[in-house]
Design a protein around this ligand. Sequence first.
Ligand code: SF4
Length: 293
Amino acid sequence: MTGLIPAHLDHRRSWEEFIYCYPVVSRRSKGVSLGVNLNPDKVCNFDCVYCEVDRTKPGRRRDIDLDLLESELSDLLDLTLDGSLFTFPPFDSTRLEQRRLNDIAFSGDGEPTTAKEFPEAVERVAHLKWQRGLEDVKLVLITDSSRLQAREVVQGLDTLMANNGEIWAKLDAGTEAYYKEINRTSIPFDRIVENIEITARLRPLTIQSLFLSWKGQGPSKAEVAAYCDILRLIQGMGGQLQGLQLYTVARPTPEPEARPLRAAELDALADQVRESLPTVPIEVFYGPEENSW
Ligand code: SF4
């Protein structure tokens, strides 16, 4: 049945038998994004209520074989650049304007920066991009923001940013209590905020925030106000916030009580954020049609 799923809805974490790399057509990247999964063991230092990773099934592998990762990515680059990717379902249903390689993204079944191989993986991916003359293709790190100041991570960020990089940093809450409720981690909220603040003062950051209905309730206006206060404070301290991506749950997840916000709810939330942060470009990504799952 896979061929019946529009490509932009099919975010399977594997391509054929590959372990580390996978192609997706992403709403956020508006083209093909080649994903690099540095967590094939499915281990994450967060346990977000909306996480799509099914951890009831074991991961495919524990270690990271950088040679294999590089060869998988190389094959996917070939498939994408010569167009043959679009002859396979579900990519054969990709709209013409999306048949372009937009980025290579470190994102997968856990937090990429927890892998000790992260800096070398970034080096190798950047080298592959350079070898093929793909300077315009972005290198994206999608991160839960928990390790942005770790020494080896900073080294990886330096390489990333020198190679048309973007950092998409998660912030889903304005208060410690809501953060603990939604992201379910032992990492203190203050550390996440500090990591975002320090990093944004050194390099431009895109903030990615998922707001949802959890146990029948969306975030309160006070929660969103506290979230805006944090981002305003970071901006006031010289933090470069180059964009804000507001999104909601897009597909069913292992937690049935994690549901998408309705379009009107997300719009109201986005209006509140816009009013508070008028200089930050905001993109809104809506959930599925009501009652579609
Ligand atoms: S940070 Fe990402 S991978 Fe980790 S639990 Fe949250 S959504 Fe899942």
